[in-house]
Each structure stands twice: as structure tokens, then as C-alpha cells.
Design a protein around this ligand. Structure first.
Ligand code: PXG
Length: 290
């Protein structure tokens, strides 16, 4: 595998960052996780835009203009003969002195990895997933805004560990007010009758690209969609529930905190959206070999 590292393609074994990189020392940096389907990179422009927005929020200057970065992503996919895969874009604050002040970091590092994707087991998509609410709340906007896709993912990792300890793959994370924010690496939706509902972004969720696509697909399918505060009660009494993310795509959720959701099987709306999402991934995207 060839890794793009600061303007050069290097062998996987040679692709290393310094122990003085503030991305490692402090989680000071931003990233993106992107999928490729059938030789095309899905929603690449949206991911690139979000990366620059995350960087702007932490006063990090990405050492390249968006069109050049877009080309670098495509080049990295081509070099690695990616057709279906997973692309990880990472921008770190770069090498600095010990001490958290980023002033000592003179040059950000830019890394692009184009690899295979490891998916949840297929049964989870057919039968649905069980999730639990965890005690760790989502970061406050005023502390570390969840809209920033930063390298500091401990908030999410702690929640993931709690889910794993409870025998689950994913966790419902609430915000400090007790409203549903999102899962550890996915946004969350419920179906109530002919209405699709998801927490508003200000509830403390990442501005998910898949979330945006699903909202659009739902409107196309004639569903009413609302972005509104949700409580655990709303989740328990939903007809259907699912989570969305670039890696996970759309995963049906059939049990939350021991409560069966709807019929206990992936519902019709969820299945329709899964189909429509799959169709879109196969039909659109930035070609790797134009
Ligand atoms: N919330 C959080 C906290 C995320 O990290 C999403 C929602 C979904 O966003 P997108 O734009 O992907 O629809 C994410 C994204 C991984 C991995 O390696 C995680 C994500 C995406 C890709 C891979 O676990 N999280």
C-alpha cells in the first residue's frame, strides 16, 4: 500500500509521523473518513469541505487548496487500485516542542490512506442492531464542538467502550441536557408514522454527510422529515430506528436499552432508505479513473 504523506507517496512501512507531532501528543488535528464504491469516491466534495471547516474551527491551515487536495485523494486511490474502499484523510498540527502550544508547530502534516473497509457483519444489516445509552455525554459545544471532526475522539471512544462493556456495538450519546445527540461514530434517526426525525445538529452531533444524504432521500421518498430534539422516550416508542455513517452506511436498530423498537425487525422505511442509499453509492461519485 502507498500512503500519501506530505506531498509524497511512501510505502506503508515507511509512512511514519514524529513522536513530537501534536496530532499524536495532543490529538491536535482533524480528519475525514470517506468511502469509494465501484471506482468512484462518494460525496468527496462534501467531505473535503467539512475537513476545511473543521480545520478553520481549530485555526489549522491545511497546506493545500481544496482542488489540489481533491486531486491528491483521487491520485492516492488510483495508486492503490481502489475500487471499493475506505479513505482516511488526516491533517495534524505537525511537529512541535513538548508543551501544548501549537505556536511551536511550524508545518501541518497531511496524510491520505486509501485502504479496504471493514464492515459490520451482514447479519447486523438484516436483523438489526441492539444499542444502549451510555453515561458519557457528548462534548459541549462550548468545550469541544462535536461539529469539529478532530483527532481528539476520546469522548466517543469512552462511550464506545461503555457500549462494548454492555455487550453492544454502538452507544446512544445524550447531550448535557439529556437530549439525544448521536452515536459514537454515527448519526441517529427514528421513524414515527410517516415522519422521519433526527436530532438537530445543535443537539451535539457531527454534521454527518450520510445524515444529509438520508434526509434528502427521505424527502424524495415523500416522507416528512424533522430535525428536532429527541429524548430516550421518543427512541423507545419509535416505529423504527437506524444509524448512519460513511463507514456503517445505514444500520437498522431494533433494541435500545432493552426496549424492542417497533416490530423488533428492520422496518419498511429503513429498508427502503438502505436500498436508495445503496443505489446512490453505485450511481454517483468522483471517478478514480476518469
Ligand atoms: N458522528 C460521528 C461522531 C462520527 O465520527 C458520523 C457521526 C457520521 O458522519 P458521516 O459524515 O460519516 O456520515 C461520524 C463519522 C471509523 C469511522 O473509522 C467513523 C466515521 C466515519 C468513517 C469511519 O470508525 N464517523
Amino acid at each position: 500500500m502507498k500512503i500519501y504523506l506530505d506531498g509524497k507517496f511512501v510505502d506503508e512501512g515507511q509512512a511514519k509521523v514524529s513522536v513530537f507531532d501534536h496530532g499524536l501528543l495532543y490529538g491536535d488535528g482533524v480528519f475525514e473518513g470517506i468511502r469509494a464504491y465501484g471506482g468512484r469516491v462518494f460525496k468527496l466534495a462534501e467531505h473535503i469541505e467539512r475537513l476545511y471547516r473543521s480545520a478553520k474551527a481549530i485555526l489549522l491551515t491545511i497546506p493545500m487548496a481544496p482542488p489540489d487536495l481533491t486531486r491528491a485523494v483521487i491520485d492516492t486511490c488510483r495508486r492503490n487500485r481502489i475500487r471499493d474502499g475506505y479513505i482516511r484523510l488526516v491533517v495534524t498540527r505537525g511537529v512541535g516542542t513538548l508543551g501544548l502550544n501549537p505556536k511551536s508547530c511550524r508545518k501541518p502534516s497531511l496524510i491520505i490512506i486509501a485502504d479496504k473497509i471493514q464492515l459490520y457483519p451482514p447479519e447486523m444489516y438484516q436483523r438489526g442492531m441492539e444499542i444502549v445509552t451510555v453515561a458519557t455525554t457528548r462534548n459541549l459545544h462550548s468545550a469541544l464542538n462535536p461539529a469539529i471532526k478532530s483527532l481528539n475522539y476520546l469522548n466517543n471512544i469512552l462511550a464506545k467502550i461503555e457500549a462494548n462493556l454492555a455487550g453492544c456495538e454502538e452507544a446512544v450519546m445524550l447531550n448535557a441536557e439529556g437530549f439525544v445527540a448521536e452515536c459514537t461514530g454515527d448519526n441517529l434517526f427514528i421513524v414515527q408514522g410517516d415522519r422521519l426525525a433526527t436530532p438537530p445538529l445543535y443537539a451535539g452531533a457531527l454534521y454527518g454527510i450520510t445524515r444529509g444524504v438520508v434526509l434528502e432521500l427521505a424527502r424524495h421518498a415523500g416522507l416528512a422529515v424533522t430535525e428536532t430534539n429527541l429524548t430516550r422516550y421518543d427512541l423507545f416508542n419509535a416505529d423504527e430506528c437506524f444509524i448512519t455513517g460513511s463507514a456503517a452506511e445505514i444500520v437498522p436498530v431494533v433494541k435500545i436499552d432493552g426496549r424492542t423498537i417497533g416490530s423488533g425487525k428492520p422496518g419498511a422505511v429503513t429498508r427502503r432508505l438502505m436500498q436508495d442509499y445503496h443505489a446512490l453509492t453505485q450511481a454517483t461519485g468522483e471517478p478514480i479513473n476518469p
